[in-house]
Design a protein around this ligand. Structure first.
Ligand code: SF4
Length: 702
C-alpha cells in the first residue's frame, strides 16, 4: 500500500500465513504497514510469496474490531445479520464489563454443573505463549482437557502416526534439506499454492537434477518439474504406497542394515506387503504397475530421499494409515536421520507446530506429554501452583461439536478459530454454536463464528503483538510488534490473562517473555532456547544442543525417542472412504486452499490485492465434465452432498479428473464445509475433508 523506500521505521517479524515461516521486514509509515520485504531467514532466504508480500492491508481494514462487544438481549444468533451492519446484534462495552461478562458466564457453569461444561478452541494463528496460556486456562481453570485447535483439521493423523512410530510429532528434517537429497516424494500436497516459498526449493532441487516424484489425485504446477507424476485415484493412497513398498521388498531394495539397527516389526510389515503387488493394486489406485515399480526403484535406489506430505494424506478416515505407509517407506529405505533424508509433513498455519508443541491439544500437555501420566501432570501443577486436573483425554474439535448437541458442553471460549466456516458438516457445527448458553469469541474481525458469540473480545493482528512462533521446520522465531492495535483492541495473551484472573487463577504475567520462561521449565524441546537469545538471533531450531547451537536440522540419526530407541513399522490395510459415490451422488468432492486465500478467508479476503486476484467463490471441474453438464466455463453449478447444497461459479481445470470437483473453503457465500463429511480417522480424529460423494448439476443463478 506504500512506497518501498518511504517509511518511518522497519521491524523484523515473521509472515502470519503459512507454516513455511518466512522472515519479513515490515516497513512502517504513519503507524501502518506500508511495505513488506523478505529478509534472510533460514526458511526463506529473502523470498516471499504473494500472500507474504501483498497480503497485509487486512490489518487496517474497516471491519477490524476496536471495542469489546456484548450481544443485545434476545438478539438472534447466526449469520443472518444485515451484511451492511454486521454489528446490529451487539452493543459496545467497556473492557471491564466484557471481561466480567465473559468470565462470569463460564464461572457460573463451572461452579454449578462442573468445568466439563466449558470447552476451548485456541488458534494456530496465535503465538506460542498465547497457545500455552490458553491450554493452561482451560486445564487449570476448568479442571479438564477439553481444549483443541485447528491441528485437528489438518495434520492430527500425521502426528498420530509419527508419535506412534517415530516417537515425535515434528519433522525429522527441515524442508531445506532437500538440497542434499537425490530423490523427493511430494504426496497429497500442493506446495506452489500452499507452501509457495518451500516450493521454490523443490523446483531448484529438480533443476539441479534431483528426481521429484509428485503424487496427487489433482494435477498441479509442480508437475512441470517432476520426474514422475502419479495422479492416483482419490482415497487410494494405501494401495499405491503398499504396492511401491511391495516392490522394494520383492526386489530386495530395502536397507537391511538400517532396518536391523534402527527399527522394529519389520517381519510383520514384510509379510503384510506380500498381498499388495503392483499388478493387483494398479486397478485400485489407477497407476499402472510399471510406473509403481519404477518409482519404487528410483526411491529405494537413491542415496538419500525425503518425503513431504500435506492434507491430501492426512484428511481421510485412513489418514493415520496413509502416514504410517510414508513412515514405513522412509524406514525401509533408511531415509531418516541423515543428510538429504527425512519425513516432513508440511505444516499448514504459521504456528500450528508451535501451538501443538505448547499443549493446545486434548491428549497432551506441552511437548506431547500425556495428560494421563500422573508424574507429568504433577510437574505442571507444581509450576502452576495449582490443584491436579483430569487425567482423561479431552474431546477433539468435532467431538466438542457433538458434545454441545448432546448438552454436555454448554459454554465455549474460542480464540482466533472460525469453526462456523472450518468445521466439517458446518451447518451442524453452526447449530451447535447457536445452542451454546455462553460463547466468548476473541478475534480481530467479527468472524462467522463471532456472529454466534455472547461476548466478543477485540484482539491483535500479528504485526501488533510480541511473541514467538514455530514453523514447519521446528524453527522457533521471534515476532515483534510494529504498530499499535486499533482502538481498544488488546494483545491476545493479555486478554487471556485478564480472563484467568476473573476465573480466580493466580496469574501475574506482565509480558510474554515470562510465559516463555515458564514454558521452558517443562518443555525439553526449548532447552537452550531463551527469550533473550531469540531477541538477539531471531530464530533457533529445536532441538538446540547448547546455548550457541543454532539447532539441529536433522534429527534421529542415533535412535528414536521411543522406549526401545527404535522406529516402528505399522502395517496399513486398505480402508474405503466413508462417503463413497453412488447413483445419486456420483462424483467426488475434495476441498482445499488457493494460493491467494488463506483458510476461512477472514484475513485474505480483506487484503485488497489478494481479493482483487481471487474475488469470487469458485470450483474446478474438468472441461469434459462441464461439457457433459452443459455448463460453460464461468457458469454456475449446484453441488449437493448428503449434508447440503451450494451454488458456485465453475472453472474449467484439467488438473481435476472427470469424476472430481475441487472446492476452496475460503468463501462464506459458497461455504465448502456445508458439503463435507464429519466422519473421523479413529486415531487422529481428523475429518475426511478430502473425499465426499457429490452430485454436480447446472444451475441458473447463485
Ligand atoms: Fe508467508 Fe508462507 Fe508465503 Fe512465506 S510462503 S510468504 S510464510 S505465506
Amino acid at each position: 500500500i506504500g512506497d518501498s523506500n518511504d517509511f518511518d521505521r522497519e521491524v523484523k517479524s515473521v509472515c502470519p500465513f503459512c507454516g513455511v515461516g518466512c522472515q519479513i521486514s515490515l516497513k512502517i509509515k504513519d503507524d501502518k504497514v506500508a511495505w513488506v520485504d523478505g529478509i534472510d531467514g533460514p526458511a526463506n532466504e529473502n523470498r516471499l510469496c504473494v500472500k507474504g508480500r501483498f497480503g497485509f492491508d487486512y490489518i487496517d481494514h474497516a471491519h477490524r474490531l476496536t471495542n469489546p462487544l456484548i450481544r443485545l438481549e434476545n438478539a438472534p444468533k447466526g449469520l443472518n445479520v444485515d451484511p451492511a451492519n454486521p454489528f446490529t446484534h451487539f452493543r459496545e462495552a467497556t473492557w471491564d464489563e466484557a471481561l466480567d461478562a465473559a468470565a462470569n458466564g463460564m464461572a457460573k457453569l463451572r461452579d454449578s454443573v462442573g468445568g466439563e461444561a466449558i470447552a476451548g478452541f485456541g488458534s494456530a494463528k496465535c503465538t506460542n505463549e498465547e497457545a500455552y496460556l490458553f491450554q493452561k486456562l482451560i486445564r487449570q481453570g476448568f479442571g479438564h482437557n477439553n481444549v483443541d485447535h485447528c491441528t485437528r483439521l489438518c495434520h492430527a493423523s500425521s502426528v498420530a502416526a509419527l508419535m506412534e512410530n517415530v516417537g515425535s510429532g515434528a519433522v525429522t528434517a527441515t524442508f531445506n534439506e532437500i538440497e542434499n537429497a537425490d530423490v523427493a516424494i511430494v504426496i497429497g500436497a500442493n506446495p506452489t499454492e500452499n507452501h509457495p516459498v518451500a516450493a521454490t526449493y523443490f523446483k531448484q532441487f529438480a533443476k539441479r537434477g534431483g528426481k521429484l516424484i509428485v503424487m496427487d489425485p489433482r494435477g498441479q504446477a509442480l508437475k512441470r518439474h517432476a520426474s514422475h507424476m502419479l495422479q492416483f485415484r482419490p482415497g487410494a493412497d494405501v494401495s499405491m504406497l503398499n504396492a511401491i513398498m511391495h516392490v522394494i521388498v520383492e526386489e530386495e531394495l530395502f536397507d537391511q542394515d538400517y532396518i536391523k539397527n534402527h527399527t522394529e516389526n519389520w517381519q510383520a510389515q514384510k509379510e503384510h506387503l506380500a498381498d499388495f503387488s503392483p499388478e493387483k493394486m494398479a486397478p485400485i489406485c489407477g497407476i499402472d504397475a510399471d510406473t509403481l515399480r519404477d518409482v519404487a526403484r528410483v526411491f529405494a535406489g537413491a542415496k538419500a530421499g525425503m518425503i513431504f506430505w500435506g492434507m491430501g494424506i492426512s484428511q481421510h478416515i485412513h489418514g493415520t494409515d496413509n502416514s504410517r505407509c510414508l513412515i514405513s517407506l522412509a524406514f525401509m529405505t533408511g531415509n531418516v536421520g541423515k543428510s538429504g533424508a527425512g519425513l516432513h509433513p508440511l505444516r499448514g498455519q504459521n504456528n500450528v507446530q508451535g501451538a501443538s508443541d505448547a499443549g493446545l491439544i486434548p491428549m497432551f500437555l506441552p511437548d506431547y506429554q500425556p495428560v494421563g501420566d500422573d508424574g507429568v501432570r504433577s510437574a505442571f501443577t507444581e509450576v502452576w501452583k495449582s490443584d491436579d486436573f483430569s487425567s482423561q483425554k479431552g474431546l477433539t474439535v468435532v467431538e466438542i461439536i457433538e458434545a454441545i448437541h448432546a448438552g454436555d458442553i454448554r459454554s465455549m471460549y474460542i480464540l482466533g478459530e472460525n469453526p462456523a466456516m472450518s468445521d466439517p458438516d458446518v451447518d451442524h457445527a453452526r447449530a451447535a454454536l447457536a445452542k451454546l448458553e455462553h460463547l466468548v469469541v476473541q478475534d480481530i474481525f467479527l468472524t462467522e463464528t463471532a456472529n454466534y458469540a455472547d461476548v466478543v473480545l477485540p484482539a491483535s493482528a500479528f504485526a501488533e503483538k510480541t511473541g514467538t512462533v514455530t514453523n514447519t521446520n521446528r524453527q522457533v522465531q521471534m515476532g515483534r510488534p510494529a504498530i499499535n492495535p486499533p482502538g481498544d483492541a488488546r494483545e491476545d495473551w493479555a486478554i487471556t490473562v485478564e480472563l484467568a484472573k476473573r476465573l480466580g487463577l493466580n496469574w501475574d504475567y506482565t509480558h510474554p517473555s515470562q510465559v516463555f520462561g515458564e514454558m521452558a521449565i517443562n518443555m525439553e524441546s526449548l532447552s537452550n532456547i531463551t527469550w533473550e537469545r531469540l531477541e538477539r538471533e531471531n530464530v533457533v531450531t529445536y532441538p538446540s544442543l547448547s546455548p550457541t547451537d543454532p539447532g539441529q536440522a536433522i534429527v534421529f540419526g542415533d535412535g528414536f525417542p521411543r522406549a526401545d530407541g527404535r522406529g516402528k513399522f505399522t502395517p496399513a490395510s486398505i480402508i474405503a472412504p466413508d462417503d463413497v459415490p453412488d447413483e445419486e451422488y456420483p462424483m467426488i468432492l475434495t476441498t482445499g486452499r488457493q494460493l491467494e486465500h488463506w483458510h476461512t478467508g477472514s484475513m485474505t479476503r480483506r487484503a485488497s490485492v489478494l481479493d482483487a486476484v481471487e474475488p469470487e467463490a469458485n470450483c474446478s471441474l474438468h472441461p469434459r465434465t462441464l461439457r457433459k453438464l452443459g455448463v460453460d466455463a464461468g457458469g454456475i453449478v449446484r453441488l449437493t452432498t448428503k449434508r447440503g447444497s451450494i451454488t458456485v461459479m465453475a472453472r474449467a481445470d484439467r488438473a481435476v479428473s472427470e469424476d472430481m470437483v475441487f472446492l476452496p473453503f475460503a468463501y462464506v457465500e459458497a461455504a465448502a464445509n456445508i458439503l463435507t463429511n464429519s466422519a473421523l480417522d479413529p486415531f487422529g480424529k481428523i475429518p475426511e475433508f478430502k473425499f465426499s460423494a457429490v452430485r454436480v448439476e447446472k444451475a441458473d443463478q447463485i
